[in-house]
Write a protein that binds this ligand. Structure first.
Ligand code: GMT
Length: 376
């Protein structure tokens, strides 16, 4: 197949999932055309089967804001014609599904271009449900030829928010490659982050308010108060990083926190971590949790959105109410103090991740869905 994929190139889990999906499809013999404003961060290597088409934006003094949605639609239609695309698969409803529908309509009646939209989370729960975008998000979902959501929670939230019946959205979950995401031996990195081999907590996110990274620092301070000599590595960057660093100073734990910023090799940081902290306010899936589980890292997370589908409380991690940093600290301290139990939970986490979300299980679900949409 010739597949067009659109993602947000720099920010968020949807861009990662769309990029990894494209690479997996290419590895299975399909040709994938990424259409976006910049090269997606996870797309480090282009090839005959993985190509990139940059959306060009004309600037004009009349435009206070560049009409990206229209420029994207134009590029989608051009690529569909030039590269003979079989379908367009867009990740994140706003505005990608709208651009794709415009492209599809502009090509009629000469070319058929089915549009598949994958919903990721905030495109429904925060942005799409806001009244400034709600009607157009509903339209994008209703007019797509196929719609998938990355968790059962998100499917339900979409149906409730927009009043769709349950046939509209199909669940195809996020996935992880067990060969790439496996625990590696990295003694130098471990020694850098925990010089006296102290237990190591980790947090991986884009540091937006919804991720509550400040809670991680609160948890570290409480864990240390319980007598566990833990450290914390904070991987990623975003608007809340400054607040988290400030809070670490206020709580007197800054020397035990390493803020390492954005990192290309997340798997390295997960490999040296003992527990992942994911105290998010909202999380429709929790890709960071899945990647940690594949690296045998138990997860301490908030019981929110799709997280309970990924992390089984007591089996592969521990869940608590949003903002309950006392319970999260107790859970983390207990896991850090009992190495045997923690390692057993880590092994179960990897088993559970790969038994339900490995690429070998999930990529065929996307291919089957493409075939169904094309056959309709
Ligand atoms: O929260 C983010 O990192 C951004 C956001 C996005 O759509 O780019 O992430 C959502 O998609 C991820 C990949 O499918 C999910 O793992 C995240 O749970 C989801 N984030 C939220 O729902 C807040």
């Amino acid at each position: 197949m010739n597949i067009g994929i659109t993602v947000y190139p720099t920010y968020g889990g949807s861009g990662i999932v769309g990029s990894e999906l494209g690479k997996e499809l290419a590895a299975r013999g399909h040709t994938v055309h990424f259409i976006s404003s910049a090269l997606p961060t996870r797309l480090t290597q282009l090839s005959e089967r993985v190509r990139f088409h940059e959306v060009e934006m004309m600037s004009y003094p009349l435009f206070e804001h560049q009409p990206y949605t229209l420029a994207l639609a134009t590029k989608m239609a051009t690529v569909a014609e030039n590269e003979n695309l079989d379908l367009l698969h867009v990740h994140y409803a706003i505005p990608h599904s709208i651009s794709a529908i415009l492209a599809r309509e502009s090509l009629k009646p000469n070319r058929r271009l089915p549009v598949i939209t994958t919903l990721h989370g905030t495109d429904i729960t925060l942005v799409g449900s806001d009244r400034s975008y709600l009607p157009v998000t509903r339209y994008g979902i209703a007019q797509s030829d196929g719609v998938t959501a990355i968790s059962h929670y998100l499917k339900r939230a979409t149906e409730e928010t927009f009043g769709f019946d349950e046939s509209r959205v199909v669940v195809i979950p996020n996935f992880v490659c067990g060969t790439e995401y496996r625990r590696r031996e990295l003694p130098d990195l471990r020694a850098q982050l925990a010089p006296a081999n102290e237990p190591l907590l980790a947090h991986v996110s884009n540091f937006r308010p919804v991720k509550r990274p400040v809670d991680c620092v609160e948890i570290l301070a409480r864990v240390r108060k319980q007598g566990v000599n833990a450290r914390l590595v904070m991987v990623g960057d975003g608007s809340e990083r400054g607040r988290a660093e400030h809070r670490a100073r206020c709580l007197g734990v800054e020397e035990y926190c390493s803020f390492v910023g954005k990192q290309p090799e997340i798997v390295n940081y997960l490999s040296v971590a003992d527990v992942l902290l994911l105290p998010s306010e909202q999380e429709s899936f929790g890709l960071a949790a899945l990647e940690a589980m594949a690296c045998e890292v138990p997860v301490v997370a908030s019981r929110v959105g799709g997280v309970p589908e990924v992390v089984t409380d007591g089996e592969t991690g521990r869940l608590a109410a949003v903002g309950d940093v006392d319970k999260m600290a107790d859970d983390a301290a207990r896991l850090l103090a009992d190495e045997e139990a923690r390692r057993a939970m880590g092994r179960r986490a990897r088993e559970s991740a790969l038994a339900r979300y490995s690429t070998d299980l999930v990529i065929p679900q996307y291919l089957k869905f493409y075939e169904q949409v094309l056959a309709a």
